[in-house]
Design a protein around this ligand. Structure first.
Ligand SMILES: Nc1ncnc2c1ncn2[C@@H]1O[C@H](COP(=O)(O)OP(=O)(O)OP(=O)(O)O)[C@@H](O)[C@H]1O
Length: 257
């Protein structure tokens, strides 16, 4: 089991942010965590990363049970994270190659001496993700879409067991978004690919590789199961509280009122 959440609730500053969350992720599944603004998506991610601790319930992430030992750092090494928020934390004067390489040490900036093997791997990843042509460019000169792909390379460098995309298309134009989504879909084709979780509130970003979906509403699980069943006109009309139609094209859902 990659993730086991059993009746997990979270209280912050006196209010309940998450209530009775049940969520199991098995190896081989890739999940969408779908919820509107303020539904508690970030709170769940902060628990997976061991920044927050459940106020009640049982939580096991990658075989580590919360409450038994301190597991923050150990766990975070096994979880790759791609978000726009992370972009701001990186050293902007590093080039794309160095940013990817630093993923091997789970560090911001390069403090340890990378091995030749690590360098080769970073180059392979840059090629695989279509970033090779700007490998020598300073990170801050890259476009948002290019930055996000470099971040994916950085995350994959550490060979994570879980890879989380937190609204990764923020700030991307249509073309950059589609390129990024294509990259994400291609990672899944790799036999050593990690379990992926894609956090979003945009239906049209849900790729075929994300075969499972959890619908989160006001801190509670509204429903969870196969993506094709969750992302349906019937479910989402109740979820949004307004009639919507979902139509599928080339394995991806689209939403209209
Ligand atoms: N420390 C805190 N104290 C009180 N309330 C909080 C705290 N942190 C978050 N919340 C509230 O918990 C709810 C869930 O927040 P969270 O950031 O997890 O939502 P989200 O689904 O990630 O939203 P978005 O898509 O807008 O990022 C929100 O109503 C938020 O205001």
């Amino acid at each position: 089991m990659v993730l086991h959440m059993e009746n997990v609730s979270l209280k912050r500053d006196g209010s309940w942010i998450l209530q009775n969350i049940n969520w199991d992720i098995k190896k081989g599944e890739n999940w969408v965590l779908f919820g509107l603004n303020g539904s508690g998506k970030t709170a769940i991610l902060n628990m997976l990363n061991a920044f927050y601790f459940p106020s009640s319930g049982n939580l096991t992430v990658l075989g580590k049970e919360f409450g038994k030992t301190y597991l923050g750092e150990e766990l975070r090494k096994k979880i790759g994270f791609v978000s726009s928020a992370l972009q701001e934390k990186l050293h902007n004067h590093d080039n794309a190659f160095e940013i990817v390489l630093s993923g091997a040490f789970a560090s911001i900036g390069l403090y340890d001496r990378p091995t030749d093997e690590m360098r080769e791997k970073a180059i392979d990843l840059l090629k695989q993700l279509g970033c090779y042509e700007y490998a020598n460019r300073n990170y801050h000169t890259l476009s948002q879409g290019e930055k996000q792909r470099v971040l994916i390379g950085r995350a994959l460098m550490a060979e994570p067991e879980m890879l989380i995309f937190d609204e990764p298309t923020n700030g991307l134009d249509f073309i950059a978004r589609e390129q990024l989504l294509e990259t994400i879909q291609s990672i899944a084709g790799n036999h050593s690919s990690p379990t992926m979780i894609y956090v979003t509130h945009h239906v049209e970003e849900i790729l075929p590789v994300f075969n499972k979906t959890l619908l989160l509403k006001q801190g509670e699980v509204f429903s969870s199961g196969m993506t094709t069943e969750m992302i349906s006109s019937e479910q989402l009309s109740v979820f949004f509280g307004l009639p919507v139609t979902v139509f599928w094209q080339k394995g991806r859902p689209f939403l209209s009122k």
